[in-house]
Design a protein around this ligand. Structure first.
Ligand SMILES: Nc1nc2c(ncn2[C@@H]2O[C@H](COP(=O)(O)OP(=O)(O)OP(=O)(O)O)[C@@H](O)[C@H]2O)c(=O)[nH]1
Length: 381
């Protein structure tokens, strides 16, 4: 086996390995559809290298068209992966048009007016287009997470590499007079080098992004209540503790309420558990709408909901509590215990006082808001 052949095997081998890895990942986690696009990208470009470097070049035109199709379609599939990951629509029609136009132009410069330099120029431009478009679409995403910034870095890197290739092709003194000269040129070495660099970095960054996405999802599942869609007790405590520790001099007031459905057991008994679940869902939506985006809302027990309003004074908080109680139109009513604090207070002491207020609301006949003020003794208790 010649050294040249071994080097030629490097790119398709890397492509095949990563194809297998991303394909297996997708088989295991079908909702990671961008993993399938990455797998397709590795498969198509590996096939392009096999056709170009290993298979016999016959018939010559078909061989060239097939290998370049593999490279271009492969890059398009690679670039589809980060777009799918952020649910950005893939411009499929433009991709098909680009591939058809490129293949037609290649065919022209292969058969009608043979010109190797023109073919290199066409491929260089065509390979830059999907990368540049992907970069523009990804830069438009407003909430860039850490994993998004990593992927943006790889797309920038791919763009630079794909722009460097034509520079090497046309600025360095070398000859493409015949096909053997091309295969031994710095340009063709650069094609292999940039493919290996791009595929290894893309694969590593996509694996990291997949890991971070799964960690985010696990964290979401661990902190969210699946029935109501609100935070669960653990998620509420974590978010509320963070909000209470933010030192903001404007946040002089803190209000926390616990809302509890009245006689909920009788709803389950009379209308069934499923009807009870619907009431829980509708009160969760109701609370979220009335309390607004700044409130931290959680389902902290079966039919018990906590709402932290980090910078609301007594009037504002009491208005919200009263709206939640009054405007809830369902099979049952709500009792609310509200605590107001004007000094720094821990979550557990606020919850303790809100619980006492709720107990008073229930004891006084239910379907009402009962307000208590948080004192220094409560904090020390
Ligand atoms: N449908 C449904 N019921 C639940 C869920 N979680 C808890 N419950 C029910 O909520 C009821 C709570 O009953 P209690 O603690 O006696 O309270 P209550 O009947 O609302 O009475 P008061 O709070 O005193 O007005 C129990 O019957 C639980 O089975 C849930 O996720 N879905």
């Amino acid at each position: 086996m010649s050294g040249q052949l071994l080097i030629s095997l490097l790119s398709p081998s890397i492509g095949a390995l990563f194809f297998a890895a991303f394909y297996l990942l997708w088989r295991n986690q079908p909702k990671l559809n961008y993993s399938l696009s990455a797998a397709l990208g590795f498969l198509l470009s590996a096939a392009g290298f096999i056709v170009q470097d290993i298979l016999p070049a016959w018939p010559y035109e078909l061989h060239r068209i097939a290998s370049n199709f593999g490279f271009l379609a492969g890059v398009c599939a690679f670039m589809a992966a980060p777009l799918q990951r952020r649910h950005i629509p893939i411009p499929v029609r433009s991709i098909i048009l680009l591939i058809i136009a490129t293949m037609t132009a290649l065919f022209w410069f292969l058969t009608i007016q043979p010109n190797l330099a023109a073919r290199i120029a066409i491929m260089s431009v065509s390979l830059v287009v999907p990368v540049a478009v992907t970069l523009i679409l990804l830069l438009r995403v407003s909430d860039q997470r850490y994993s998004d910034r990593l992927i943006l870095g790889v797309v920038w890197f791919t763009l630079l590499l794909s722009m460097l290739r034509p520079v090497v092709a046309f600025l360095l003194p070398q000859s493409f007079g015949n096909y053997t000269a091309l295969e031994q040129s710095t340009y063709w070495g650069m094609v292999h080098f940039s493919y290996v660099m791009m595929s290894v970095t893309l694969a590593i960054v996509l694996f990291v992004a997949i890991a971070l996405d799964l960690i985010d999802e696990l964290h979401h599942q661990a902190t969210t209540d699946s029935l109501s869609g609100l935070l669960n007790r653990r998620g509420f405590e974590s978010a509320a503790n963070s909000a209470l520790t933010v030192s903001n001099p404007k946040r002089q007031f803190k209000a926390l309420m616990i809302a509890d459905l009245d006689h909920f057991k009788s709803i389950n008994d009379s209308f069934g558990h499923a009807a009870g679940d619907q009431v829980i869902k509708s009160i969760a939506r109701h609370i979220q709408v009335i309390a607004g985006d700044t409130a931290i809302c959680g389902r902290i027990g079966g039919e018990e909901f906590a709402i932290l309003l980090p910078d609301h004074d007594e009037t504002m908080a009491a208005d919200i509590a009263e709206s939640i109680r009054r405007d809830f139109d369902s099979l049952t009513t709500i009792s609310i215990g509200l605590v107001i604090s004007e000094q720094p207070a821990t979550l557990s002491s606020l919850l303790g006082v809100a619980d006492k207020a709720l107990y008073a609301a229930k004891k006084n006949g239910r379907n009402q808001v009962f307000i208590l003020h948080h004192s220094l003794e409560d904090q020390e208790a």
